[in-house]
Design a protein. Structure first.
Length: 112
């Protein structure tokens, strides 16, 4: 299993982290709601963001994405250091040119 490329810079502090545990909800005529868990476990999701990523780091990230899209990889949380088995949860990586040789980049990953 591949490891997240540590050669690229760490995501910015505005990176979003989410704990996802869906439920099944049924609304009745009297405006009553019945719900139950849809799954037995929760998973963490991250929207990783970089405001100023160098083109060389972007090329490394794109290569990693193309090689590992649809597969699992080890992701080390940049703050806690906890390693999670993750996958890309979206079919694309978004980028915007921020300046010459620099991009704003975001991608979504989730625990397997």
């Amino acid at each position: 299993m591949a490891d997240w490329p540590i050669s690229i810079q760490k995501p910015e502090f505005n990176t979003e982290e989410e704990l996802f545990k869906p439920q099944i909800r049924q609304i009745f005529d009297g405006n009553y709601v019945q719900s139950r868990p849809a799954t037995t476990r929760a998973v963490r999701r991250w929207t990783l963001k970089w405001n100023f990523m160098k083109e060389s780091d972007y090329a490394t990230l794109m290569t990693f994405f193309v090689t590992n899209q649809g597969n699992s990889f080890n992701f080390t949380h940049p703050i806690t250091g906890v390693v999670s088995i993750c996958r890309f949860s979206d079919n694309s990586i978004k980028s915007t040119w921020a300046d010459v040789g620099v991009r704003a980049v975001s991608c979504m990953i989730e625990e397997v």
